[in-house]
Write a protein that binds this ligand. Structure first.
Ligand SMILES: *[C@@H]1O[C@H](CO)[C@@H](O)[C@H](O)[C@H]1NC(C)=O
Ligand SMILES: *[C@@H]1O[C@H](CO)[C@@H](O)[C@H](O)[C@H]1NC(C)=O
Ligand SMILES: *[C@@H]1O[C@H](CO)[C@@H](O)[C@H](O)[C@H]1NC(C)=O
Ligand SMILES: [Zn+2]
Length: 417
């Protein structure tokens, strides 16, 4: 009954912003098997009152859980009775959401990396740079539309026709609540076009680049206009809950592990592979350029990880050692600037098993040599609500690691002849 009332309330509030006043964000670390299992059971219950920002993993791995004010004592009692370490990292989630989206554009309305931008602003910026660099940048509209009828826009950057078989694809904001991801990827693209750093220029001018900053435009618009924490698509697979997880919907070992069949789950695989129009559309575009790709880089947040395929199996790929070694050099370069530490490893072993990801699909279908997924800042202090002041430092350190990947890959080719 309570659920039904909640449901009716939420339907009635269409058009209004969903607020998280007084909601607390906890960081909880299960210290025993029993505690981890209890927390996992709470996660599987899919009670919307207990919103897990990341899945429960092993003993010793912290998770963020967000709860409304009337559930804080339940959660704290459970955590203490099972001897878990826990603390409140955010006293009022709505306050942090408001801080993250201040009444901006008062002073300076230009595109940049001091605040988070809307879909229209990002798409305008893509158009702008294609007119500012007409010889180098081509504006692209992918074929097909999102469920709500939006186009998915991207660009191609090419300094020389010789680079055509040395292309790299950048993906961000497939998860629409991970706003730092398109902020970082647009920064990287801007540097590829404008930096005077010798290393950045060398990397920029020796590859072609395909770049689609917002893979999931419907979710992204909804996260800006209605629910800041929205992750999935907006396809109505069920009357109770909308959307599927667009990073569990790709046709490689689809729905085999680390997914859910429940449309209300944050990791719902969708009813079939490529059921989500934006996944279908982007997979078709990627297929048209796949033969020319040496790299596919996807950006997610948060956790500070540099991840290798696969997500659906712990088996290592034939070039695992090479990619792991390059990954270590990349995260060293990343840490050198501001001391931000990342771990390197496969999706399966380092974060959690997950099937139907875009990275697994690209690797499994096209055998692209360089496939990495970033989980950007932070480690659960702000999570998805990373303050705008951290956009620029996050982007700078990520660029340091990004260029290292391509420099080191080139070195490894030269060394093996
Ligand atoms: C505001 O924008 C102008 C260009 O439009 C730029 O020169 C200036 O540095 C910006 N100021 C700030 C504080 O970002
Ligand atoms: C695009 O360029 C126009 C004209 O130069 C400018 O007014 C507008 O602010 C720019 N928009 C973005 C998002 O860069
Ligand atoms: C790119 O690869 C294709 C297919 O292997 C080949 O036909 C073409 O000549 C290559 N282009 C360049 C510029 O190397
Ligand atoms: Zn993600």
């Amino acid at each position: 009954m309570k659920l039904l009332i909640l449901f009716i309330l939420s339907v009635c509030s269409v058009g209004e912003k969903i607020r998280y006043d007084g909601f607390k964000l906890y960081k909880i670390t299960p210290t025993t098997r029993q505690a981890a299992d209890a927390l996992h059971d709470l996660e599987l219950a899919e009670n919307p009152d207990f919103n897990f920002w990341n899945p429960v993993r092993q003993v010793g791995k912290p998770v963020n859980v967000m709860v409304p004010p009337y559930q804080t004592s339940y959660l704290e009692t459970m955590a203490s009775s099972l001897g878990m370490d826990f603390n409140v990292v955010m006293e009022d989630v709505q306050k942090q959401i408001d801080l993250q989206q201040p009444a901006t554009r008062a002073t300076n309305d230009s595109f940049g990396w001091t605040r988070y931008h809307t879909l229209d602003e990002i798409n305008d910026w893509l158009r702008n740079i294609s007119t500012r660099f007409p010889e180098i940048v081509t504006f692209i509209e992918a074929e097909g539309k999102s469920y709500e009828g939006r186009s998915i826009y991207g660009i191609r950057i090419s300094y020389s026709p010789d680079n055509v078989n040395n292309s790299v694809f950048l993906e961000s904001n497939i998860h629409s609540n991970e706003w730092i991801t398109s902020a970082v990827s647009t920064y990287i693209v801007n540097e590829l076009l404008t930096s005077s750093d010798v290393t950045v220029r060398q990397v920029a001018e020796s590859h072609d680049w395909y770049f689609f900053p917002v893979f999931n435009p419907d979710g992204f618009v909804y996260a800006h206009t209605a629910d800041r924490l929205w992750r999935k698509t907006r396809v109505p697979h069920s009357i109770l809950c909308l959307g599927a997880d667009p990073n569990r919907n790709w046709a490689h070992s689809w729905n085999s592990i680390g997914t859910s069949n429940s449309p209300c789950s944050e990791i719902y695989s969708g009813p079939e592979p490529f059921s989500e129009p934006m996944c279908r559309s982007m997979s078709q575009f990627i297929s048209t350029v796949a033969e020319s790709l040496v790299g596919y880089i996807s950006f997610h947040s948060y956790s500070q990880l540099l991840l290798l395929p696969y997500g659906h199996t712990g088996e290592h790929l034939e070039n695992y050692q090479q990619m792991y070694d390059i990954g270590l050099k990349a995260v060293d370069a990343l840490a050198a600037r501001y001391g931000t530490h990342y771990y390197v490893g496969t999706i399966y072993e380092t974060i959690y098993p997950a099937s139907g990801t875009s990275a697994d699909w690209v690797k499994g279908t096209f055998h692209t040599p360089i496939v990495y997924s970033y989980e950007l800042r932070d480690r659960g202090e702000y999570g998805f609500l990373l303050p705008p002041e951290q956009i620029l430092p996050t982007a700078e350190e990520t660029l340091d690691s990004f260029v290292t990947i391509f420099i080191e890959y080139q070195n490894s080719l030269n060394n093996t002849g």
